[in-house]
Design a protein around this ligand. Structure first.
Ligand code: C5P
Length: 339
């Protein structure tokens, strides 16, 4: 934790995007959320947040998509400041500036990242003295992904994604993030998965997690899997397989590539069929695996090394299958106060 800042010093916070290395989704709960068993990883694609004392709570933004985002209580960053101020019994009088680099509504939790950064930054500014685990508990009130972005690294997420527990991981892993024009609504993608499952057009959770996302993205399930399909209820997400945990401890990206999976992928592709082209282009360019990131529409390619990642990013850009291609490494730390 950072020391409390001086009364008028600005606090600068850097916060990463998140990806899901594996996302198993169960049937919706009574509160509408879907139970998850996921493995998150924080990657080196960052928003930067500056927080300074002010006469009232204010939010300004610049960077990617900044002109489309709310600056009032509709922005999770504002809600994060209000929540922590209430908790500490102080007035939420800060001017927050968000410099956005994480693509919006892209399946990378950019809005959740900013909320995590504001929690960490305001806690430093106000001398709250919360450790990351305590802030992560508070963060769960703001959104399912916010606790992970306080903690960062690589972590398993259960519940609706808000219960996070670090997972040992080697790395660095080399990723290419292919951003798309226009976002996808997260509730809409979850709803689409429910519809596909009701129609038998997407595998239930226990089965979906067995798929190798790189090999079978978006495709119907092969007959060899029918026996498992009959047993799977899809009501509970399936636990993280040992194969993924072992791959994370190993240094071989091919092992990790074989263990990546995302139950939301068929739903994202159903809503945005062009994503198939992006994934195909990633594999054709030499990615070890290509997968939709979270609810999409950003796509992820896992590369063998940094040089391959740069080459894949250039090829995706050249082929016009994404709006921008970013190289990133993971895991990296969660929201961090900069010196
Ligand atoms: O938690 P968060 O506010 O980020 O979730 C946004 C929306 O995504 C929820 O309102 C819900 O529709 C959907 N969601 C879900 N199950 C989850 C996480 C999110 O259905 N585990």
């Amino acid at each position: 934790m950072a020391e409390p800042a001086g009364a008028n010093d600005p606090v600068r916070v850097r916060v990463p995007a998140k990806i899901n290395l594996r996302l198993s989704v169960g049937a919706p709960r009574a509160d509408g959320f879907h139970p998850l068993d996921t493995v998150y990883q924080a990657i080196s694609l960052y928003d930067e947040i500056t927080i300074r004392p002010a006469d009232r709570l204010r939010l300004t933004l610049d960077g990617v998509g900044a002109d489309t985002l709310p600056t009032d209580g509709g922005n999770l960053a504002v809600r994060a400041a209000t929540l922590l101020a209430d908790r500490l019994g102080v007035p939420p009088n800060v001017a927050i500036h968000l410099h956005k680099r994480i693509p919006l509504a892209g399946g990378l939790a950019g809005g959740s990242a900013d909320a995590a950064a504001v929690l960490v930054g305001c806690d430093a500014l106000w001398g709250g003295g919360h450790d990351p685990a305590a802030l992560a508990v508070l963060a769960a009130d703001l959104g399912s992904d916010v606790p992970f972005l306080v903690i960062g690294g690589t972590a398993r997420g259960t519940g609706r994604g808000e219960l996070v527990e670090p997972v040992p991981a080697a790395g660095p892993w080399h990723w290419v993030v292919a951003a798309a024009d226009g976002g996808l609504s997260t509730p809409r993608v979850y709803g689409q998965l429910d519809l596909l499952r009701a129609a038998g057009a997407a595998p239930p959770a226990a089965l979906a997690s067995e798929r190798d996302a790189a090999a079978s993205y978006g495709d119907a399930v092969g007959s060899a899997r029918d026996g498992i399909a009959a047993e799977a209820t899809g009501h509970t997400p399936s636990p993280v397989p040992d194969r993924l945990l072992a791959a994370l401890r190993s240094d071989d990206p091919a092992d990790l590539a074989a263990a990546l999976a995302n139950d939301l992928q068929p739903a994202s592709i159903a809503l945005r069929p062009a994503l198939r082209r992006t994934l195909d282009a990633g594999l054709a360019a030499g990615a070890l695996a290509a997968m939709v990131s979270g609810s999409g529409p950003s796509c992820l390619c896992l590369a063998a090394d940094a040089a391959d990642a740069a080459r894949i990013a250039a090829e995706l850009t050249e082929r016009g299958v994404c709006s921008a291609a970013h190289v990133a490494v993971g895991p990296v730390a969660g929201a961090t106060v900069l010196a």
